[in-house]
Ligand binder design. Structure first.
Ligand code: MEV
Length: 331
């Protein structure tokens, strides 16, 4: 009897395999865009995470996926053999990974996230890493982060064209990293009084990377100097962290030369400067978020300071957190 019961439980588990994972967003402290051209950048993971729940059900029609993006209240029901190009890119990414892992069964994917979307804080990378993580853990008992990261990079390419890989790498491994296309070194970089200022202006990483690409192609000598100077900012920040305010200002000037700042961002960084504070774009620019060293100012004082700038949100977040991990609960 006991044997039969164990067999029954075993079958039920196989029928309804459930995996929950989460992975963090990120802040690029210095070096964005230049990192696409092989330069070093300094990046840290943040205490805002994306969660994904994977449920496999052998009782439902094969080769079908139900997807629930809970934050945006979007639901999709997909038949893998009838996938349309008109499906959103994140749905196509899910199907790409489903096919990659040669799945056949029905899958339900539930997604929720603390990371604001399209704000430069690595929401798409956290999605890519969790997606690969779920399917990977379905077929493997051990988590091989190198393998997961490589495949998550392919998903990121669907979203952004030719990204550097920095976003998926930090989301996979967590902590803080000095990253270039050739190397990855963990660093114990700690920061106090770092605020995130969300401009609320939507941005597209793909478009901003393309914009910089055309600047680099059309101004090769000048661009080489700018990209080298951005890398110098990164190196100085690592060697002399006490110079961070100057470095933020310098890095921001260089990003402006690459064409990824705008009037709203300039106004915010100028206001910070007037108050002897320092800030810069983090991520692709063109909108999204800035990071600022704000000494002892509180969130409310910052909100008041920027009340005329119509910013969306100010966050203080934990930095250097754990990368991809398996969770017990989705909610
Ligand atoms: C985006 O978070 C960072 C960029 O440098 C693009 C990339 O590295 O792929 C703008």
């Amino acid at each position: 009897m006991e044997k039969e019961f164990n067999l029954f439980v075993c079958c039920m588990l196989k029928m309804n395999e459930r995996i929950v994972v989460s992975s963090p967003g990120k802040l690029i402290l210095a070096g964005e865009h230049a990192v696409v051209y092989g330069k070093r950048a300094l990046v840290t993971s943040i205490g805002l995470r994306l969660y994904m729940e994977f449920i496999e059900d052998t009782n439902k029609p094969t080769k079908t996926i139900e997807i629930d993006f809970q934050d945006t209240n979007r639901k999709y029901s997909i038949d893998i053999d009838c996938l349309k190009d008109s499906n959103p890119i994140e749905v196509q990414a899910i199907c790409f990974i489903y096919k990659h892992f040669q799945m056949n069964n029905h899958i339900q994917l539930n997604i929720r996230s603390d990371i604001p979307i399209g704000a430069g804080l690595g929401s798409s990378a956290a999605f890519s890493v969790c997606l690969v993580g779920c399917f990977y853990l379905r077929t493997n008992t051990q988590m091989d982060r190198n393998e997961i990261n490589q495949l998550a990079y392919q998903v990121e390419c669907l979203f952004h064209g030719t990204p550097s890989g920095i976003d998926n790498t930090i989301s996979t491994y967590g902590q803080s990293l000095v990253y270039s296309r050739q190397m990855r070194t963990h660093t114990d970089f700690r920061l106090k009084n770092l605020a995130i200022i969300d401009t609320g202006i939507p941005k597209s990483t793909k478009r901003m990377v393309e914009l910089v690409r055309s600047f680099v192609d059309n101004n090769q000598q000048q661009a080489e100097l700018v990209l080298n100077d951005i890398e110098k900012c990164v190196d100085t920040l690592i060697e002399q962290p006490d110079k961070i305010k100057d470095i933020f200002q310098q890095n921001q000037k260089l990003l402006k030369q690459l064409g990824v700042s705008n009037v709203e961002i300039d106004e915010i960084t100028e206001k910070l400067h007037e108050h002897h504070l320092a800030g810069k774009i983090t991520g692709a620019g063109g909108g999204g978020c800035l990071i600022a060293l704000v000494d002892s100012l509180t969130k409310q004082q910052l909100v008041d300071l920027f009340k005329e700038n119509r910013i969306k949100e100010v966050y203080f977040v934990e930095c250097g957190v754990e990368g991809l991990r398996q969770e017990e609960k989705f909610r």
